[in-house]
Design a protein. Structure first.
Length: 128
C-alpha cells in the first residue's frame, strides 16, 4: 500500500483472500479514504468497508482512469514490486519464505528513504 506522496507499506501475507486483505486495509488505511486498485476480485471489500474505491482494469490495457478530481492508478505500487522482484532475481537469486519479510522490510525502508542522502548510514549512526 502506498499513500500518494507518502510512505509505502509492504508486508508478507499468507494469501490474498478478502478476509486477509480486509485486516490489512483496516490496519493501514483510514476508513473513508479513496483507494485505487487493479480489478482483483478481493478488492470488492473496499466499498463494503466504507472506502471510496477506484479501479483500473489492466485486463483491458487500462493503467490510469480519471474519476472527477481523482486520477486512479497503481503505478507506484507496481513500480515497487517490479524493482523488488528484479532485485531478488539479480542480487539474491532466491529468497526463502522464512526470510522474505526481512528482505521486504529492507526494500520498503530503502523505498521510503530513497530521497535522503546516505539515509541508511545516517539512520544507523543515529540509532547508536
Amino acid at each position: 500500500m502506498k499513500q500518494r506522496g507518502g510512505r509505502l507499506v509492504a508486508e508478507v501475507i499468507p494469501n490474498v483472500k478478502e478476509r486477509t486483505l480486509r485486516e490489512r486495509v483496516r490496519k493501514h488505511i483510514k476508513e473513508g479514504s479513496t483507494v485505487s486498485t487493479d480489478e482483483y476480485v478481493s478488492y470488492r471489500l473496499l466499498k463494503k468497508a466504507g472506502y471510496q474505491h477506484g479501479v483500473v482494469r489492466h485486463g483491458i490495457k487500462e493503467y490510469a482512469r480519471r474519476d472527477g478530481d481523482v486520477n486512479h492508478h497503481v503505478n507506484s505500487v507496481e513500480g515497487f514490486w517490479g524493482l523488488f522482484k528484479r532485485s531478488i532475481r539479480s542480487t539474491h537469486i532466491h529468497v526463502s519464505p522464512k526470510y522474505m519479510d526481512r528482505y521486504l522490510g529492507e526494500f520498503t525502508f530503502r523505498s521510503n528513504h530513497r530521497e535522503m542522502r546516505n539515509a541508511m548510514f545516517d539512520l544507523l549512526i543515529g540509532a547508536l
